[in-house]
Design a protein around this ligand. Structure first.
Ligand code: GTP
Ligand code: MG
Length: 198
């Protein structure tokens, strides 16, 4: 798969407005500000593709990016952003949940967590949901450039251990990642290519 030619397809506020449910799709999920949009930009080598922001909650729609006619990447709205109104939050979560539960072409979930604060409540919920639905998940411990290699790897081991202990390791893999330093991109590309094969 060539991720360099990915372009923007469409934004959908609800499941009903998503592109036709066919082919293969991988969704990027995670708390607000975890670095979902930045990871998509690093992967595609296009810093302007997905909008990033220092302000959490930037991505509010389900954004679709086209790899080929039958393969897409999806940038999901971040969850856990405290400053938006409660009603807005419920609304997003409803759309997010219906996308995750009903999208047939969804092949896997890339779950991004800031390496300095992994496995927050929402991350656990997403993982529990993915494991129970049999959807494979790949965790990116993002902003790994903020830690030295030793502590970064220790965090990865700790996350893997905790997932095993909680029975949340079925079909789940973990890697460290940095969009700014472009580390871990090859591993992410291999995972995506595996999931997106037609
Ligand atoms: P929402 O759309 O709000 O859910 O956020 P998001 O998960 O898409 O995060 P986004 O990619 O917009 O990044 C949030 C902030 O983190 C921005 O200021 C980025 O520059 C920064 N950031 C993202 N990835 C990295 C990284 O690998 N290293 C560092 N140091 N900063 C990063
Ligand atoms: Mg975003």
């Amino acid at each position: 798969i060539n991720f360099r030619n990915v372009d923007f397809l469409t934004s959908a506020p609800t499941l009903a407005e998503c592109p036709e449910d066919s082919g293969a799709e991988v969704a990027f999920a995670g708390r607000s500000n975890a670095g979902k949009s930045s990871a998509i930009n690093a992967l595609t080598g296009n810093s302007k593709l997905a909008r990033t922001s220092k302000t959490p909650g930037r991505t509010q729609l389900i954004n679709f990016f086209r790899i080929s006619d039958r393969q897409r990447l999806v940038d999901l709205p971040g969850y856990g952003y405290a400053k938006v109104a409660r009603s807005m939050k419920d609304e997003w979560q409803r759309h997010l949940a219906s996308y995750l539960e009903q999208r047939q072409c969804l092949r896997g979930l890339i779950l991004l967590m800031d390496i300095r604060q992994p496995l927050k409540e929402f991350d656990r919920q997403m993982l529990a949901w993915a494991v129970s639905s049999g959807l494979p998940a790949h965790i990116l411990l993002t902003k790994a450039d903020k830690l030295k290699n030793g502590p970064a790897n220790n965090t990865r081991f700790a996350v893997e251990k905790e997932l095993r202990e909680q029975g949340l390791d079925q079909g789940v893999s973990v890697q460290t990642f940095s969009s700014t330093k472009r580390t871990g991109l090859d591993k992410l590309e291999r995972k995506l290519a595996q999931w997106l094969s037609l």
